[in-house]
Design a protein around this ligand. Structure first.
Ligand SMILES: NC(=O)c1ccc[n+]([C@@H]2O[C@H](COP(=O)([O-])OP(=O)(O)OC[C@H]3O[C@@H](n4cnc5c(N)ncnc54)[C@H](OP(=O)(O)O)[C@@H]3O)[C@@H](O)[C@H]2O)c1
Length: 323
């Protein structure tokens, strides 16, 4: 395990997913990417083009079929298939993991939802963003632990967000049962949980499994679908006619997927675990209210990571028992 100083790579803000793994051969490697649109699709494209066999885990596998067909036509690309997975429903997570056969080299926990305007809960009563962005992925990684271990040297990549800086994890009320619901606090908390998940996963280093988290930057995708026009205008990405236009600091999807792909497949990440990256570099610790990038100390806190791991294990176990 690499516990050294901040990791520096040759790649910057502009690098694309393809560029960061140029020359890397993933033939024979088996990958799961959750979420088959937006950044997930770009991640699948880059990893499959490098030869990996990729399963796109998505709520609606039929929508991933064009991507599957596109990559079937790319010479030297690995086999790509789509399989059903609803992260907000642990019986679906369970079914996906039970159907998995053989080793798993790379799990990209990419799927997510952002800023649901009203408090929404899953059938299990969990706040929807926490359930989808974190608990579902935690349960999935746990259920696939044997397959990751079997790979000998496996990586988990957790797609977080710079929004993690806006909220620490509230162990007293993670599902907004007693405090007023706030869409961004709920999103931020779920993304802090994602970083803490990668930090807590250091316990799996002995099994040959590393985990790192990242922010992809700002990219116009379907993730903005819960934002109303006023919010999009306030962000500056919608003009008076309702057209969406990226701001200068926004990335293309191919650039937005680069840090995920770097963490998933670059040899630069061999043995590195429990860290947070942005713009293809390991981030520096920043104040929670700081403008710009960086990782909040509350997301790298070892005690919080261990406490969250215990909380998530208990939550998943209680759900299993109730079935
Ligand atoms: N775009 C940005 O600016 C930005 C910034 C920071 C972080 N991120 C993070 O990047 C990741 C990818 O987002 P994106 O920008 O590519 O957005 P996107 O195009 O909306 O992709 C999100 C994916 O998550 C899937 N998903 C949502 N709920 C799910 C569930 N219950 N089970 C399984 N899959 C589910 C969606 O599937 P459906 O098609 O079925 O809804 C979709 O494929 C997310 O984790 C997001 O939080 C994005």
């Amino acid at each position: 395990m690499n516990t050294g100083s901040r990791l520096i790579t040759p790649y910057d803000f502009d690098a694309t997913a393809t560029e960061v793994i140029d020359g890397v051969d993933l033939t024979g490697r088996r990958v799961v990417v959750t979420g088959g649109s937006g950044l997930g699709a770009e991640t699948v494209r880059a990893l499959a083009a490098a030869g990996a066999e990729v399963t796109v885990a998505t709520r609606r596998p039929e929508l991933a079929e064009p991507l599957v067909r596109e990559l079937a036509d790319v010479p030297a690309a690995g086999l790509v298939r789509a399989a059903a997975l609803d992260l907000a429903d642990l019986s679906s997570v369970d079914a996906f993991a039970r159907a998995w056969r053989g080793p798993l080299d790379i799990l990209v926990a990419n799927a997510g939802i952002m800023a649901l305007p009203e408090r929404t809960v899953t059938d299990a009563g969990w706040e929807m963003q926490l359930a989808t962005n974190f608990l579902g992925h935690f349960a999935l990684a746990g259920a696939l632990h044997g397959a990751l271990h079997e790979a000998g040297s496996a990586r988990i990549v957790v797609v977080s967000s710079g929004a993690h800086r806006w909220a620490s994890f509230d162990f007293d009320d993670p599902h907004f049962e007693r405090r007023p619901y706030d869409p961004w606090a709920a999103y931020g908390q779920s993304k802090t949980a994602d970083v803490l998940f990668a930090v807590g996963a250091r316990r799996w280093a002995v099994d040959g499994i590393t985990a790192n988290a990242l922010s992809p930057g700002f990219i116009l995708t379907n993730i903005q679908r819960h934002l109303d026009d006023d919010t999009l205008r306030a962000f500056g990405v919608m003009d008076e006619d309702g057209n969406l236009t990226p701001l200068p600091h926004y990335k293309t999807p191919a650039q937005g997927a680069a840090t995920s792909v770097l963490l998933a497949a670059s040899p630069l990440l061999d043995g590195v675990t429990g860290r947070y990256f942005e713009d293809n570099q390991e981030a520096e610790v920043a104040r929670a209210d700081a403008e710009g990038g960086g990782v909040a100390a509350h997301a790298l806190d070892l005690a919080a990571a261990d406490r969250l791991w215990e909380y998530a294990e208990d939550t998943v176990r209680a759900w299993s028992k109730a079935q």
